[in-house]
Design a protein around this ligand. Structure first.
Ligand code: ADP
Ligand code: MN
Length: 184
């Protein structure tokens, strides 16, 4: 059996990447035949494996060491079992080699709603403002479109639970077709 697809799931912090990835990963096993998608929360991986050069007080975030992140992800990609796909959940996407993703999903959210979500998370004001502006200016979407072929980049609205379910269904449909094209 061939390896499963690599799905890059990206978007401004708060747009719903982790919630969507969790639902996607749990739903992926119920496909017939199953096409398990493993959720990799890259931010958590950075913390767990210390793929950073320390804590940035001003931005209240890790000073990410991209080389270390890419090495670790490459290892996970190479070592994944046959038939298993990966969901790479991270708020940025232009660091990955162009050959990695089979699909790049950019989640989008109304900026006022995003503001509320980030306030609930107790983000510092400078981070809320930065992310809010970034969502308005569609920074992550531009980044995705500049880094990967247009035909693999998809922008999906993630404002309501119905949006999330619909997005997961769409990605699973895509995964089925992806597999059929490879397995025949
Ligand atoms: P991210 O991983 O992109 O930072 P999360 O998945 O952690 O985002 O979601 C941030 C918050 O927004 C969570 O409280 C989550 O429940 C909520 N949320 C995300 N997407 C949706 C959605 N489509 N509908 C309703 N709430 C959502
Ligand atoms: Mn997250």
């Amino acid at each position: 059996m061939a390896p499963g697809p690599i799905i890059v799931l990206t978007g401004t912090p708060g747009t719903g990447k982790t919630s969507t990835a969790q639902l996607l990963a749990s739903s992926s096993t119920s496909l017939t035949p199953p096409l398990p998608l493993r959720h990799i929360n890259v931010g958590d991986l950075i913390k767990e494996k210390s793929l950073h050069d320390g804590w940035d007080e001003e931005w209240q975030s890790w000073d990410v060491n991209e080389d270390k992140v890419l090495d670790e992800l490459e290892r996970l990609i190479d070592e994944r079992p046959d038939g298993e796909g990966l969901i790479l959940d991270w708020h940025t996407c232009d660091a990955y080699p162009e050959r990695w993703p089979d699909l790049v999903v950019v989640l989008r959210c109304d900026h006022a709603l995003l503001w509320e979500r980030l306030e609930k998370r107790n983000y510092p004001m400078n981070k809320i403002q930065e992310n809010n502006e970034s969502e308005i200016m569609q920074v992550v979407l531009d980044e995705a479109q500049a880094s990967y072929p247009a035909e693999i980049v998809v922008e999906l609205k993630s404002e309501t639970p119905e949006d999330m379910e619909g997005n997961v269904d769409r990605i699973l449909e895509w995964a089925k077709v992806w597999r059929e094209q490879r397995v025949g």
